[in-house]
Design a protein. Sequence first.
Length: 383
Amino acid sequence: MILEGGPGALRATGVEYRASGGETVVVEAAREVILSAGAVGSPQILMLSGVGPKQDLEALGVTCRLDAPEVGKHLKDHLQVGLLFPAPGAGISMSQMGLSMGPDALRAPAGPLPADPADDADLPEELAGLKAEAERRVAEWSASGQGLVSSSLYEACAWYSTGLGDHHTHDAQVGFFVCGYNRDIWQNLLRVNPDTYFDDADARLAPDAETVIILANPVQPRSEGEILLASADPLDPPDIRMNYYGDPYDMQVMVGVLRRALDVMAHWPAHGKIGPLVVPTALAAKHGYVSGEPPSDALLEDLARHYSFTVYHLTSTCRMGSVVDPSLRVMGVAGLRVADASVMPNVTSGNTNAPSIMIGEKAAELLATEHGTTLKEFVGRRG
């Protein structure tokens, strides 16, 4: 970001970025610069531009243009713990999900159909029937919008108060995935090593395994992390310090939400078949856990400590009242606003997608009002 002027008269006049070919490009702003890089990227860009905690910036050789101690601070996020249960007849297998996505989802190297559709002419009867059913399902979805492929697999959720938190809002969310997923998702998205988590990962996560996951998700954490610069090089990733469970209160709430999630599964409708909770093998051995018995609080704490994963709801690193004003202007820098989840004073009591969209829409309204234009000039129906 390009800043001009001195203390008390600092103004954003444009941005500087590196193009795909490696060259540096400068874009000048006629009116304002709007920063929308998220709760990690926005504070990073501000700090690289010299807006941030003076001591931290100067330690890395970044010239401090505005000492703004709160930039990058107060990082909040939602954590969740997934509890997996065998659910024959109730869960959806990955095979069924793949079948519903059409023949292309079943092609080699991962699937049983040939990589090249031209080779389908000589399919054996079993694979020909598989392809026909995949075509039927995806055609049904295309025509009606219905069918398994129309589901996010996040089939149900509930928000409630544990009674442990503040009274201004609920503090817990429980979500239900009707599918237990596969090895790649556990390894690469949830960041869990299946071979150490499961007693038999290949069987638990087999393509035809019918399992479900219930998610315990506290939504009003008290722990705060921070975003720091690792260096003055804009190509270096920032130093992201999440500080999960830094406040012991958050673990207390997580155990409470885990207990509620277990209670939900214990009262599954009688016609369903839900097996016992799958507990990581090392933790089961450590705590003397017997399959089918209620887990101890100590086991649940260990489970949360080792197997919590982010909901990707990072917020509050350029929060309103500390870094930006109620009109999203960066305090101390004219012509500069931030419009993303980083401006939230606190993380919302649920998913951040819709609130982030709202922040963007509100920013558009503020800009239109300030600069004497109307939004219908840029959005909505044309002609």
